[in-house]
Design a protein around this ligand. Structure first.
Ligand SMILES: Cc1cc2nc3c(=O)[nH]c(=O)nc-3n(C[C@H](O)[C@H](O)[C@H](O)COP(=O)(O)OP(=O)(O)OC[C@H]3O[C@@H](n4cnc5c(N)ncnc54)[C@H](O)[C@@H]3O)c2cc1C
Length: 398
């Protein structure tokens, strides 16, 4: 087994890293946790948009896409390296929903007109997206959703409520699942739409997180008109497109890179004397904890590399059970890392401004934020169900 990248790929990694190292010097001081910064804090949201345009100008957001849609036909491995680097810099300029989820789905499922209308904006970092799927009564069991889209002339009229909609208050457009056939209660009656969030009839209400930040929303759709040309795929066949989106979401390398970055900060903190003179790494129990975390982060990275390899060799479906495993492992590891960080830093982990607290309360904020990480994008229990059925070949239990 040879994990080495080619000299060309290593040169690319350096180019990406050099760019971010330089540009992140302009990040607002409060830039810290990935999503919380870019979605909740105005200065960070502005910086995030500026970075997106810079990445777009370099055509780095669309490298693997075909050239006719502002892409470069770059191999999957190069995109993976880009994701690895951008994860380390906490996603600055990367609209995960547009670039990672929607764009690949459009490339597979949209018609030519839709691709031409949306992909260039995503590629240039000019149009940000949100995912309008979950509802108060439909999360894990998404196929039971009840938001209704009724055909009326050349439009669909949409009524319903979405919830947990990450970043809806910052986004320009949303991709929506709605029921077009009310007689069909399950997935066969659903359609996939692209929704301009400036359309009349949309109300976005914040759901505040434990520590007070605003990342999530409830979105109410009240007689919202969507032109029929914004339906992706055939009517009542949106489930297939939505499952494509789910498959793209889960290679997880950004997360393992982000964890590595947080871990490096923790190790740096642990090497220095605290106010009372103690050096955390002199405590053998803490050293053990750090060693264990280093090991687990490396395992996670290896899982992501394996997913990349499986995707290249066998395609998205073959890689799906491993991608689910990486989602479970990565999000649960994130929680272990953050809990350990809080233990190691003690009260210094909670202090925002002090020369004794160089991480400015980052771990304490992440402690509160990471609770939802193994629910978002499919809960750990659902991921384990998929590992059982698709990975181990066990009979479905639901
Ligand atoms: C931080 C965060 C961000 C999110 N962002 C978005 C977003 O941007 N857009 C969006 O559309 N949605 C978003 N979601 C919603 C997310 O997709 C759902 O919360 C998730 O799918 C779980 O659905 P639920 O909350 O309805 O819980 P439920 O489905 O009601 O599940 C409740 C519990 O039961 C378990 N469970 C359910 N079914 C089974 C089963 N068959 N077998 C075993 N256990 C089961 C679950 O694991 C969970 O522990 C977000 C959620 C969170 C927490």
């Amino acid at each position: 087994m040879d994990f080495k990248f080619t000299p060309k790929e290593e040169a690319l990694r350096k180019e990406f890293s050099d760019f971010f190292k330089e540009e992140m010097k302009n990040a607002p001081p409060e830039w810290g946790t990935a999503m919380e910064s870019m979605l909740s804090r105005d200065a960070c949201a502005k910086f995030h948009r500026q970075m997106a345009k810079k990445l777009g100008a370099k055509r780095w957001l669309s490298r693997p896409w075909p050239t006719e849609y502002v892409g470069q036909d770059a191999p999957l491995t190069e995109q993976f390296i880009f994701s690895e680097v951008i994860g380390y810099y906490k996603g600055a300029g990367f609209d995960h929903w547009g670039v990672s989820l929607l764009a690949p789905t459009l490339l597979v499922s949209a018609n030519d007109e839709q691709k031409k209308e949306h992909l260039p904006y995503i590629a240039r970092g000019e149009r940000f997206w949100t995912q309008l799927w979950s509802e108060p009564g439909a999360g894990s069991d998404l196929a039971s959703l009840t938001t209704r889209a009724t055909k009326d002339g050349n439009d669909y009229v949409v009524n319903g409520q979405k919830t947990w909609t990450t970043g809806a208050h910052r986004a320009d457009w949303g991709f929506l699942l709605a029921r077009t056939n009310p007689a069909e209660r399950r997935s066969r009656g659903l359609s996939f739409f692209l929704l301009d969030l400036k359309s009349p009839g949309i109300t976005i209400k914040p759901i505040l997180s434990l520590e007070g930040s605003h990342m999530f929303n409830e979105v109410f759709l009240d007689n919202v008109r969507i032109p029929a040309r914004n339906r992706v795929g055939e009517e009542n066949e949106g489930w297939m497109a939505s499952q494509m989106t789910s498959n793209f979401e889960r290679s997880m390398i950004e997360l393992f890179s982000l964890l590595e970055r947080d871990f490096e900060d923790l190790v740096e903190f642990s090497k220095k004397p605290t106010k009372g003179g103690d050096v955390p790494v002199n405590n053998p129990l803490l050293r053990n904890k750090l060693a264990q975390l280093a090991l687990e982060i490396d395992v996670g990275r290896a899982m992501s590399y394996f997913i990349l390899w499986s995707q290249i060799k066998g395609g998205l479906v073959v890689a799906a059970p491993m991608a689910c495993a990486a989602k479970v492992y990565g999000t649960e590891l994130m929680q272990r890392l953050i809990y350990a960080g809080c233990q190691i830093m003690g009260l210094y982990g909670q202090v925002g401004e002090s020369r004794w607290a160089p991480l400015k309360g980052l771990y304490e904020r992440e402690y509160q934020l990471c609770v939802g990480s193994n629910i978002a994008g499919g809960s750990s229990e659902i991921m384990r169900n998929i590992i059982c059925s698709m990975g181990l070949g066990l009979p479905r239990s639901w």
